[in-house]
Design a protein around this ligand. Structure first.
Ligand code: PEP
Ligand code: MN
Length: 377
C-alpha cells in the first residue's frame, strides 16, 4: 500500500492550509485584544508618571516594583512559554512604558520649551531679565551687616549702573554658630538702601514662615542652593507671586533644578530665573565647580532666564573675571557677584567678595560683553 492511501486523521488538521488560516484568524483576534490591553496599560503607566512628577519624584524607574511584577509573572506563568521568555516580553513592555512616562511628562513641564518656545522675559519694575534684554548684573554683599555698609555699597553699585542689589538677611550658614544674618532688621536696611538708589532688592528666604515678611521688603525672593530641594518653600514662593531667583543645589542634577523651578511655576508663578552657582566635585582648588554646560543646557531646555553666580562658584576672587566672561559666552542672561566695602572684615564669605576697586576691574573687563549694563537709571 502506498502511504498516500493512508487515511488522514481529522485531528491533525494543523498541517492543512485551511486550518492555518483559521488559527491565524484566532491569533489576529488575540492581537487585537493584546493591543487594546497594552495600550490601556500604557495609559495607566503614563498617568502614574504624571502623579510621580507632581509628587516631586523625578525618577520614574522603580526597580522594586518591576521585580515584584516579574516574580508574579513567573509564578502564574501557565506555559507554554518559559518563564524567561515571558519575562523578557514583559521587560519590553516595562521599558516602553517607562519611556512613555518620561517623554509625556517632560512634554507637560511648564518650564519646558516644548510648552513655551519663546524666552520668558521678566519685567520687574521696568528691569527686564532674559530673552533679548541685555545681561543683568546682580551685586551686593554676602550678608547685610549694617546701615552704613549697605548705603555705601548701594551707592557705589548704583553709580556703576547696577540695578539689582543683593544682600542676605537670613543666612544659610554651615555652622549654627556662624553669623545667621540680621533678620527683619536686615530686610529693612537692604530694602531701604535699594530704594534710596532706585535699585531692586533681592534677598534669600529660607523658611516658609518668612516668605510673607521677606516679600514685603524684597523685589525678588532668592531660594538658595541649600533649599533648592525644599519643596514646601518652593510652593510657598510660588504662591507669593513674587519674582524668584532659584539657585541650583550644589548636588542637584540639571533635571532636579528644572523640576524645582516647575514647583514654582506649578503654583501659577512664571517669574522665575535660574542661577547656576557651582556644584560640588572632587576639585579642591575652587570652592565649587562652575558647571557651564548646565547653563547652556538649561537655556536649551527651558524658556526661563539663566544667570550665573560666579562668586559662590569660584570661592576665590582671581577667577571671577574669566568665569563671568565664560558665563556670558555660553548665553547667561546675567551675572551675580558679591561686593562688600571691606571684604576682609565681612561676617561671611570674606575670601571671595570683591571690594569696590575689585568690582571696578570686574565691570571694566565685562563691559564690552554686557551691552547696556551701564545705562543709568
Ligand atoms: C547667597 O547667595 O547668599 C548664597 C548663600 O548662595 P548659595 O545659596 O548659592 O550658596
Ligand atoms: Mn555669600
Amino acid at each position: 500500500m502506498n502511504h498516500n492511501d493512508l487515511p488522514v486523521p481529522d485531528d491533525v488538521g494543523i498541517s492543512s492550509p485551511a486550518s492555518i488560516e483559521g488559527l491565524r484568524a484566532q491569533i489576529d483576534l488575540i492581537n487585537d485584544d493584546l493591543i487594546r490591553l497594552i495600550s490601556r496599560r500604557a495609559e495607566l503607566a503614563a498617568e502614574i508618571g504624571h502623579v510621580k512628577t507632581l509628587e516631586g519624584r523625578p525618577h520614574h524607574y522603580d526597580p522594586a516594583r518591576e521585580e515584584r511584577q516579574l516574580k508574579y509573572i513567573e509564578e502564574v506563568n501557565p506555559g507554554p512559554f518559559s518563564a524567561a521568555a515571558l519575562k523578557s516580553i514583559f521587560k519590553e513592555i516595562f521599558r516602553a512604558s517607562l519611556d512613555l512616562e518620561e517623554a509625556n511628562d517632560k512634554k507637560q513641564l511648564l518650564v519646558s520649551r516644548k510648552v513655551q518656545s519663546a524666552d520668558t522675559v521678566l519685567d520687574i519694575k521696568g528691569v527686564r531679565i532674559g530673552g533679548d534684554a541685555p545681561p543683568i548684573m546682580i551685586a551686593g554683599p554676602c550678608s547685610i551687616e549694617g546701615e552704613e555698609m549697605m548705603e555705601a555699597t548701594a551707592s557705589f553699585l548704583a553709580a556703576k549702573g547696577v540695578r539689582i542689589l543683593r544682600g542676605g538677611a537670613y543666612k544659610p550658614r554651615t555652622s549654627p554658630y556662624g553669623f545667621q544674618g540680621m533678620g527683619i532688621d536686615g530686610l529693612i536696611l537692604g530694602a531701604g538702601a535699594a530704594r534710596d538708589h532706585n535699585m531692586l532688592f533681592v534677598t534669600e528666604v529660607m523658611d516658609t514662615r518668612d516668605v510673607e515678611v521677606v516679600a514685603e521688603h524684597a523685589d525678588i525672593l532668592q531660594v538658595g542652593a541649600r533649599n533648592m530641594h525644599n519643596f514646601a518653600l518652593l510652593r510657598e514662593v510660588g504662591r507669593s507671586g513674587m519674582p524668584v531667583l532659584l539657585k541650583r543645589g550644589f548636588a542637584a542634577t540639571i533635571e532636579e533644578w528644572l523640576y524645582a523651578a516647575e514647583y514654582i511655576l506649578a503654583e501659577g508663578n512664571k517669574q522665575v530665573m535660574l542661577c547656576e552657582r557651582g556644584i560640588r566635585t572632587f576639585e579642591k582648588w575652587t570652592r565649587n565647580t562652575l558647571d557651564l554646560s548646565a547653563v547652556a543646557l538649561a537655556k536649551q531646555e527651558t524658556h526661563l532666564p539663566v544667570l550665573v553666580d560666579v562668586t559662590h562658584a569660584a570661592g576665590r576672587r582671581d577667577l571671577l573675571i574669566p568665569l563671568a566672561k565664560a558665563a556670558l559666552a555660553v548665553g547667561a542672561d546675567g551675572l551675580h557677584v558679591e561686593v562688600h566695602p571691606s571684604p576682609a572684615t565681612a561676617l561671611s564669605d570674606n575670601e571671595q567678595q570683591l571690594d569696590f576697586a575689585g568690582y571696578e576691574a570686574f565691570e571694566a573687563a565685562l563691559k564690552p560683553l554686557m551691552g547696556a549694563l551701564n545705562v543709568k537709571l
